[in-house]
Design a protein around this ligand. Structure first.
Ligand SMILES: Nc1ncnc2c1ncn2[C@@H]1O[C@H](COP(=O)(O)OP(=O)(O)OP(=O)(O)O)[C@@H](O)[C@H]1O
Ligand SMILES: [Mg+2]
Ligand SMILES: [Zn+2]
Length: 249
């Protein structure tokens, strides 16, 4: 069966560790809960972490009729990642540009995605050559940029705008992750990393700040245990990310 993928959303960040894989996975869960058919492609070949977040890291992807079969999560999200193909999950992968782009291209075209409403792509961190090669290998429709309050946001946003223009792919907006923590006693928002510049930078550069996601230690644990799909819909900021992003399309 031919793949039928309606929209492809790539999740980009300036540096590593800001929660790009987390936002990609959260978005997938959100859209899945809305009733859409969703896939996640882990294009972060050198640090693939999507299978772990969904607790499918012990499963291996099958190859049937020369097609990679995505692994389905408990709630039916289809995932493809290098970690689902490697014999040993924890071995570091040191590959260069051409090899990476070849693999990512295959993840896209040689995977039996079937019919999807949304394919979310967890890009490698940074806006360098590797990200560019990935963007060139897959027909991405939209970009979402993830930042953290510690980031040099203006630089990252500038670079992502540059890439967006080069690839002719629109940026839906910025998601600021780990924006603040909520005091368990009084419920006050604490800006752990200081005052964030995302709002101002977004405005200056003509982009939308889609959401500010707090630090939530429950989420860190869920991701660690591969149970992101179990997060409570009552966590409004996290639960509404999907619809907020769809509204920007
Ligand atoms: N809002 C949040 N609240 C709590 N924990 C979070 C939040 N966002 C991310 N984390 C946790 O922070 C860690 C880093 O997140 P993640 O792996 O998504 O970052 P990344 O940008 O994909 O990093 P890498 O560059 O290594 O791919 C993870 O353990 C994740 O569970
Ligand atoms: Mg990651
Ligand atoms: Zn307090």
């Amino acid at each position: 069966m031919e793949n039928k993928i309606s929209k492809i959303i790539a999740v980009m960040s300036g540096k590593g560790g800001v929660g790009k894989s987390f936002v990609s996975s959260l978005l997938a869960v959100n859209l899945n809960r809305e009733g859409y058919k969703v896939g996640v492609m882990d294009a972060d070949i050198t640090g693939p972490s999507i299978p772990k977040i969904f607790g499918i890291n012990k499963v291996r992807a099958q190859i049937i009729d020369k097609k990679l079969q995505p692994v389905e999560t408990k709630t039916g999200i289809k995932v493809m990642s290098l970690n689902l193909l490697l014999e040993e999950e924890n071995k570091p992968v040191i590959w260069r540009g051409p090899l990476i782009s070849g693999t990512v291209k295959q993840f896209y075209s040689d995977t039996n995605w079937g019919e999807l409403d949304y394919l979310i792509i967890d890009l490698p961190p940074g806006t360098s050559d590797v990200t560019l090669t990935v963007m060139q290998s897959v027909p991405v429709d939209y970009i979402v940029v993830v930042t953290s309050p510690q980031d040099l946001v203006n630089l990252i946003v500038e670079k992502s705008i540059h890439m967006s223009k080069m690839m002719n792919v629109p940026i839906l907006g910025i998601v600021e992750n780990m924006s603040y923590a909520v005091c368990p006693d009084c419920g006050n928002k604490i800006e752990v990393f200081g005052k964030s510049k995302s709002e101002q930078v977004a405005k200056e550069m003509g982009l939308d700040l889609i959401a500010k996601l707090p630090i939530n230690s429950g989420f860190t644990q869920l991701c660690d245990e591969g149970k992101i799909e179990l997060f409570s819909q009552e966590l409004e900021e996290f639960a509404s990310l999907g619809t907020k992003i769809l509204e920007k399309m």
